[in-house]
Each structure stands twice: as C-alpha cells, then as structure tokens.
Design a binder for this molecule. Structure first.
Ligand SMILES: Cc1cc2nc3c(=O)[nH]c(=O)nc-3n(C[C@H](O)[C@H](O)[C@H](O)COP(=O)(O)O)c2cc1C
Ligand code: SF4
Length: 418
C-alpha cells in the first residue's frame, strides 16, 4: 500500500504550532534566509524550474505568475502579496491543516514570495469560520515580527515587508481572487472583470500576487531544499506532493499528503478502503466546482495534466467518495443548490441560470417525464452560462453536470434505480 510522503506536513503533530522556536528548531526560516541571499529574479527562476503549480485549483505556474507580477507596472509605488486562505470549496480543508499545524510554513513562503516580486505589503485573507487558523496565524505573524522575519530590514537584508490579516465573511465567491481583492478594499464581494489580472492591477490598483496557502508552503520547501530535490517527487509536469482531503464512504476520511500522480484507488486504500461492504461507485474530484468520475478512472494518475486530458479536474484536491447506495442525482442537486446560494447575482446568466438549474435538477429527481430531454437542456443551459457569465462561478455548474451525465446517464434518466 502507498505511504504518505509528508514534505509539507513534516512538522504536523511534531512541533508546537504556536512556537516559533519549535519551527526554527525544525529547520524553519532557512528557506527565507536562502532567498534573501538571492536576487529576486533568482528566486522566481528557482520556483519556475521546480515546476511549482498553484494549489488553489487552477494549477497555474507559480513562477510565471511571480514573473508577470514582478515585471508589471515598474513605476507603481507599491506591490502586494495576498494569501488566499479563504478555503471555501466543499470537501476541502487542506489549508486549514497547514494553518492549524504549521502556520509559519506558509508565512515563510509568503515572505519569500514578497521578496521575489519586491512587495512591501501583504494580506492574509482567512476564512472567517476558521477561528483556530486565525488565532495561530495571528500568533505566527506576531512572533515573526519579534524575531525580525517581518517588518523593516528583514534579517539585515534591507528588505522590508509588512503583513495584515483580513477575515472573510462566509462568501464562497470571495475565494475567487478578484472578488477577494474587492473585499480586501472594503467593498462588496462581487468580482471584477478580467483582464486586467491581479498581476497588472490588483488590490488598490497595484500589481498583486495572489497565492494559495498550500502553494506558498511548497515555495518554502523549494527554497529550503532546492528545485532538484523538489522534482524528485510527483510527475514531470506536476512535481511535488498534494494534500488530498478525502471524505464520504471511506473508513478513514481525512487529509493525506501524497505525491502528485497517485491514483484514486491508492488514495482510497490509504483512507482505509470503502466503508463496510460498500462498493465504489463514484468520486467527485475538486469539490462542487469539480467533476464526477466512475470506476474506470480509479487507476488514472491524479496529476493536473492527466486528469485534464481525461476530462476531469484535480482542483483543490478534495475527493468525495460515493458508494453504489448513494444517489448521484441527489449530489448533483446539492452542488447546483450550492451554486445558486453562492451566486452574487451581478450577472443575469448566472443569477437566473443557477436558480433554474437547481429547479431542473429537482425535476430530474422526481416527476419529469422526459428526463433525457431535460438533462440535455440543462447541459445546454450550463454551457451557455459558461460562455456568458462574468466570473468563474457561473462557469462552474457545467463541470459536475456534464461529468455526471457522462458517467451516470442511466441513473439521471431514471432508467436505473438509485
Ligand atoms: C468561486 C471561486 C472560489 C475560489 N476559492 C478559492 C479558495 O478558497 N482558495 C484558493 O486558494 N483559491 C480559490 N479560488 C482560486 C483563486 O481564484 C486563485 O486562482 C488562487 O487563489 C490562485 O492561487 P494559486 O496560484 O496559488 O493556486 C477560487 C476560484 C473561484 C472561481
Ligand atoms: S457569474 Fe455569478 S457569481 Fe460571477 S458575477 Fe455573475 S452572478 Fe456573480
């Protein structure tokens, strides 16, 4: 059976997360020391060559994003780093694990990122419900100031960086980077039109790097141990590990750090296998804005590119497992209700579309005569929404809907009993 490979979580459960001394004793802040001895452009190159991809969901190259941000608007007086710690995707709690068990790990990565793009200010935007993460991050920030890892002339390098903590207020959409920036500015959490991207015009119209907590935790390790070491784990195009959060019908739901490229079957085995005598039927990969897969995908490599090539998503690393007793139709209704609830209502295709899709999904569950026709019209509607909605939330329902239709048509048509 595959074993966990704890690269990011090597300190989890071993050190006191409230103690900077413990963190330093376990090798902490060495990555930052190394980074401060390098030119910013060298730090970016290190992350580029390591092949780090954003762990917030999209898997975009972290080094590329840093390069764009550092090269945009050279005359701007300010550059920002914003840490996306909003973690709202259903089934996802990997950032919470990092924040609760080793908060300095991602704080260190944030300071490294700030040095790379020459930012002197940053914000950590934390999900408001994550009280423990908030408390531990606050403590970590205070201690880092006292030890000279934050503030003026960090470790005598001449580099200054200040950071503040902002709390989310329960909106899933505020995890979307441009919406987050509006919220950070004290405005209502509705998205901005892209482009411009945050790298060009981010918070307060200044170049801004937005990175996920897990991404920044990876950056710390890369600077500490080097790109070659990092590339030894994972696949060629998806190096490193991923913290998967697995829930649903498995014996040991929880978080597991594994090399990218692991299969779904291996992850389920590690999570204690299916509960009782249950048989695997499906998994929802990447949360509500993710894709359903069936047993034919159990042995596929879970890496960004392979899953994308197979029409699936890795997303945030959330994996929700369903047995033959579970209803895909019910789960689809839940996903679509979630999108209706979280739609900000700013644009009509999403405002009306998410509400209509939920009504249609409920009909799929109950009385509709021609379910085949109904499902086809729901897919058309979700495609239209994807093409015309203002932000990625309106582009999301198509993912669970089309993948459910691809693998579980008979059940959705009502041909098979649920
Ligand atoms: C509706 C929506 C919600 C999102 N929620 C989160 C979130 O909670 N955490 C996160 O890191 N990224 C989230 N994202 C992705 C961010 O917009 C952004 O891509 C990410 O923070 C970039 O960081 P990375 O490059 O390190 O992955 C969300 C995107 C959308 C469309
Ligand atoms: S797509 Fe939905 S969430 Fe995004 S702006 Fe339009 S209404 Fe708001």
């Amino acid at each position: 059976m595959i074993k966990e490979e704890r690269i990011l979580l090597r300190n989890a459960g071993k050190i006191n997360p409230m103690s900077i001394e413990d963190y330093i004793g376990a090798g902490g802040y060495r990555g930052l020391e190394k980074a401060l001895g390098m030119e910013p452009v060298e730090v970016i190159d290190e992350l580029l060559e390591a092949g780090l991809r954003g762990r917030g969901g999209a898997g975009f190259s972290t080094g590329m994003k840093q390069r764009f941000t550092s090269e945009s608007c050279l005359r701007c007086p300010q550059r920002y780093v914003v840490v996306n710690a909003d973690e709202g995707e259903p089934g996802t709690y990997k950032d919470r694990v990092i924040m609760e068990q080793d908060p300095h790990l991602y704080l260190e990565g944030t300071i490294i990122a700030a040095h790379a793009i020459r930012a002197s200010k940053g914000y950590i935007y934390i999900r408001g419900e994550y009280q423990e993460s908030i408390d531990k991050t606050r403590k970590a920030v205070n201690e880092a100031y006292k030890k000279g890892f934050l503030g003026k002339n960090i470790l005598g390098s001449g580099f200054d960086f200040d950071i503040g903590i902002k709390l989310g207020a329960g909106s899933y959409l505020c995890g979307e980077e441009l919406t987050m920036l509006e919220s950070l500015e004290g405005k209502r959490g509705t998205p901005r039109i892209k482009p411009p991207f945050p790298a060009e015009k981010g918070v307060f119209n200044m170049p801004t790097l937005v990175n996920n907590v897990e991404t920044l935790a990876n950056a710390t390790r890369i600077l500490e141990k080097g790109r070659e070491w990092y590339r030894e784990t994972g696949t060629d195009t998806s190096p490193g590990t991923k913290i998967f959060t697995i829930s649903g019908q498995v014996n040991k739901p929880g978080y597991y750090e594994l090399p990218l490229g692991v299969s779904l079957r291996q992850l389920i085995e590690l999570a204690g296998g299916m509960r009782g005598n249950m048989q695997f039927k499906a998994a929802l990969l990447g949360g509500a804005a993710g894709t359903f897969v069936d047993a034919s995908m159990l042995d596929e490599e879970m890496s960004y590119d392979n899953l994308r090539d197979k029409g699936a998503t890795l997303g945030s690393g959330a994996v929700i497992v369903f047995s033959r007793e579970d209803s895909i139709t019910n789960t689809l209704v839940n996903c679509l209700r979630f999108f209706k609830h979280e739609s900000c209502g700013k644009c009509i295709p999403c405002r009306a579309g998410t509400a209509h899709l939920e009504i249609s999904a409920r009909k799929l569950k109950s009385t509709a005569n021609d379910k085949q026709k109904l499902l086809a019209s729901m897919i058309r509607e979700s495609e239209l929404m994807a093409a015309t909605s203002l932000c990625p939330l309106g582009q999301s329902p198509v993912l669970p809907l089309k993948s459910a239709a691809r693998y579980f048509k008979d059940e959705l048509y009502g041909i098979l009993t649920e």
